[in-house]
Write a protein that binds this ligand. Sequence first.
Ligand code: ATP
Ligand code: MG
Length: 328
Amino acid sequence: MGSLNATAPLDAAVALPGSTSLRGNPTVGPATRPDASGTKTVLGFSPDMSKNFGGCFDIKERLGVGTTGAVCHIVEKKTGKSFAVKVIKRSSLPKIHHKRILLEASIMKKVSYLDHVVTLHGLLADQNSFYLVQDLGRGGDLCSHLMRHRRAYSEERAKAIAIKLFTTMRELHQRNIIHRDIKLDNIVLSDPQDDTSVLLADFGLAAILPRRGYATRKCGSPLYCAPEVMGSRPYGNAVDMWSIGIVLFMLLSLRRPFVASSVSELYQKISDGAQVKFEGSPWDTVSKEAKECIRGLLTADPHERWTAEQALRSPWIVGAARVESQAR
Ligand SMILES: Nc1ncnc2c1ncn2[C@@H]1O[C@H](COP(=O)(O)OP(=O)(O)OP(=O)(O)O)[C@@H](O)[C@H]1O
Ligand SMILES: [Mg+2]
């Protein structure tokens, strides 16, 4: 086992049951019940039972499989337009999970106007399944992209992604929405020719925090979980900023910042406040501003951790690009 702060290649980190080693799966803390705070948003959002999914869409290739279901490319018969659909079988879920799906759809709908979030076009349901019809990420997810190309991002391209994620987080967090599962697998590329065309997907663990409130459910993907989640402490939107820190570290280096031989060891290390280190290649050529930003995001104390606003005002980002306006 390496030292507490050793870095390791993306595929040399913890082995997780049921997942390939490059992936951030599985998500821990399956959605057993929606946070009480989010239940309200379910009211007034119901699936469209009038449309027959099979009558409206042709199913093409499978794009991915997650803990809740498969995601496929679909084509609308009437228009020939492509979408992605997440199919969640009713039989695979206890009743309580049905509310969770309505919450996922409801939160996606609330943030669908943002430029770098997968737009939800509709929630259909029949006796067998729920169908979340959404924007198609034609370039696949970032994890698959990195695995395919085996090439780290240049600092400039990683920065372009960072700006999009920070801007999206600023909007989400202003609305008291936390994503809770930001990871390479849940970020898709809208354009296969542009490796910075990111869209945030999978709002399956997202929640709405009560004003000044905290969440308590231990959930997320172990490799991306903030220390306060791992330590079972109440937490707020800072958990998303930690996860973005992990994403940026991996984009720039193809390595993981924290390495362990098991999930419990990883929990222990991160709960104990392991510090990120930038050793060896490519960190010798990465700017100190980029490292400062990642360090700000991977700060163990959530009160000290950089917020989206702070990150957007950081030397790494300021002057790099005009902060995008998110409104479509
Ligand atoms: N809109 C999309 N366009 C293209 N591919 C997608 C899209 N949404 C999801 N995928 C692919 O499908 C995979 C699983 O989707 P998603 O993350 O929504 O499912 P999940 O069951 O919630 O997963 P998890 O294991 O993270 O809980 C993603 O990792 C990605 O590869
Ligand atoms: Mg996912």
